[in-house]
Design a protein around this ligand. Structure first.
Ligand code: CTP
Length: 388
């Protein structure tokens, strides 16, 4: 039906973007499909929807020249091929009608610039002017145009590069990585909502440290969540050092990600030591201390969620609570567990006790195997006592 209606309207029709990429990579079933036509996208969407089912509701976004409707559980989005140029200091593009190749050129990465023809003369052909298939095989993220052009057209793409690197386990090609490093400051013109959509996809990837490391390396972390960059580094006083809390945090996030897909539990791991940079002190006779970091940390969680425009309701409170309690189960044992302290923990953790244990286990990152065994033993002791 799709190609017949397009032919009847004298328009070409192609599937582009993530659907084609995921098809070639044999990744999970799609939720949306993007179509491009050389001609009017809105009119074609309307004609196709009418042919499928006259009652279908088509949503039209005139400003973007796009239209979409739902069909068999999928979001189908249509757009007319465009030539686009962006003004220096804004995301608002000036749009001109273009060919398929113009449209492919202005996409973010070669792996997202593949098109599948739905036209009679070459139905099913893959149109790949920028060697996206090669890049899928080589696991490389490369921009169709000069990286600085692609990224300045939409600086969110710097975050998208890192997001795809993290979720697909791809490498960002060297020129591209350098362009991100040089232009990271331009992320400031992008709304936090769009940035956090990409950030949360990094957090939900199998190994979030891949993306978090790239954010740090490119300077984007310092610009978006400087509180995490502040955890970096090791200081030495009188021959005593402390662990680098930034790298430790990445390890904890990876550990927890092996055990849960709960986004906010992963966030709790990301922020569990956030209070350590501002509370760090060297005390004579004791060494490095981070006194009260859990309390300060849970306050910082609120400010951070507010600034990053993350939800401020139960999800934020849950993260705050886990950050506040994060080291208590292990600390309890070191202090000699008393029943009242256990009862207090039980009361404070409430229904989130199980998640607190998951966080605590992920937090044991010491390479010293006897220390590791001791922590695990102590921690399990507390867990068992509490469950009793
Ligand atoms: N795109 C782009 N630049 C952006 C966002 C999107 O060039 N800043 C293009 C890419 O070609 C992308 C397509 O629009 O493939 C659809 O974008 P989106 O739905 O956000 O991503 P997908 O590639 O579909 O990936 P996923 O479904 O994993 O989010």
């Amino acid at each position: 039906i799709f190609s017949e209606v397009a032919a009847k309207n004298n328009q070409t029709l192609f599937i582009v973007g993530g659907y084609v990429r995921d098809l070639l990579m044999k990744r999970q079933s799609p939720t949306d499909i993007d179509f491009v036509t050389e001609g009017n996208g809105i009119e074609l969407a309307k004609s196709i929807a009418k042919e499928l089912n006259p009652k279908l509701k088509v949503s039209i976004f005139k400003n973007y020249g796009t239209a979409m409707f739902k069909h068999e559980g999928l979001d189908l989005e249509f757009v007319g091929a465009r030539k686009e140029s962006y003004a220096e200091d804004s995301r608002k593009p000036s749009v001109e009608i273009g060919t398929l190749e113009d449209d492919q050129k202005r996409r973010d990465f070669t792996i997202n610039a593949l098109a599948l023809s739905l036209n009679k003369e070459n139905f099913g052909d893959l149109i790949d002017p920028f060697d996206g298939v090669q890049d899928i095989k080589k696991k490389i993220l490369r921009t169709p145009l000069e990286p600085s052009q692609t990224y300045s057209d939409d600086p969110l793409r710097m975050m998208r590069a890192i997001r795809f690197a993290s979720t697909l386990n791809f490498k960002i090609e060297e020129n591209s990585l350098n362009a991100i490093k040089n232009e990271s400051e331009r992320i400031k013109i992008v709304s936090l909502e769009r940035i956090m959509v990409e950030f949360n996809k990094i957090m939900l990837s199998a190994k979030p440290s891949l993306g978090l490391k790239l954010m740090e390396e490119t300077g984007l972390m310092q610009l978006i969540i400087p509180e995490l960059t502040a955890l970096k580094g090791i200081e030495e006083v009188e021959g005593q050092t402390h662990k680098d809390n930034f790298w430790h945090t990445l390890e904890v996030v990876d550990n927890i990600s092996a055990n849960t897909d709960n986004l906010w539990l992963r966030w709790a791991a990301l922020l569990h030591d956030i209070g350590k940079a501002p509370t760090k002190k060297f005390v004579d006779g004791i060494g490095w201390t981070f006194h009260g970091h859990e309390f300060l940390g849970s306050k910082m969680v609120k400010n951070l969620f507010y600034r990053l425009k993350l939800p401020l309701g139960t999800d934020m409170k849950y993260v705050q609570k886990l950050v506040k309690l994060s080291s208590r189960p292990i600390a309890l044992v070191d202090d000699g567990t008393s029943d009242s302290a256990l009862r207090r923990l039980l009361f404070d953790a409430g229904e989130d006790l199980e998640d607190l244990f998951i966080l605590n286990k992920a937090d044991i990152t010491t390479k010293n195997s006897s220390k590791q065994a001791k922590f695990k033993r102590n921690f399990e002791e507390v867990a068992i006592k509490i469950k009793e």
